[in-house]
Ligand binder design. Structure first.
Ligand code: SF4
Length: 148
């Protein structure tokens, strides 16, 4: 069914070369390393698993930093016709990540380089918790973080 084909990027990712940019919300650079298989629903989790597998296998994958719906939002129940129903909150998370890491919206870079910057600047300090302190997943991420 068409719906089932479009909610996961797996098929698209398999056909992409690394010069094609994957759109990514900057704050998802914090969600991804803290992810342990929990999510809004099964569809979201499946897509998250596929994207993370791809990034783990391809650190040279190019991404473009966007403050708008991205590859993870694609299968999220909060995504209402291409717009997050928590847009104000998540856009603040995105802008904080960009500012603190010295990136700008629309910037293209390799996933591995982005993750390295996020890790050094935000995750190896306590800054990440201040960025997304009101997120519903924070407690779970704190638990994961203590084991990273
Ligand atoms: S909550 Fe919003 S920003 Fe986060 S994945 Fe869902 S649609 Fe995207």
């Amino acid at each position: 069914m068409i719906i089932q084909k479009i909610w996961s990027w797996k098929g698209i990712l398999n056909r992409m070369d690394y010069n094609e940019c994957i759109p990514l919300r900057p704050h998802h650079g914090l969600c991804i390393p803290h992810y342990t298989g929990y999510g809004y629903d099964a569809r979201f989790v499946k897509n998250m698993d596929d994207i993370i597998d791809h990034f783990n296998d391809h650190p040279d994958q190019k991404i473009v930093l966007r403050i708008s719906a991205d590859v993870l939002c694609l299968s999220c129940p909060n995504n209402q016709h291409g717009s997050c129903n928590k847009e104000k909150t998540v856009a603040l998370y995105d802008r904080s990540c960009l500012t603190l890491c010295g990136f700008s919206e629309g910037q293209q870079l390799k996933w591995g380089d982005f993750l390295q910057a996020i890790t050094k600047t935000l995750m190896e300090t306590s800054q990440w918790e201040r960025i997304c302190g009101d997120c519903q997943w924070l407690q779970l991420c704190q638990k994961t973080h203590s084991g990273i």
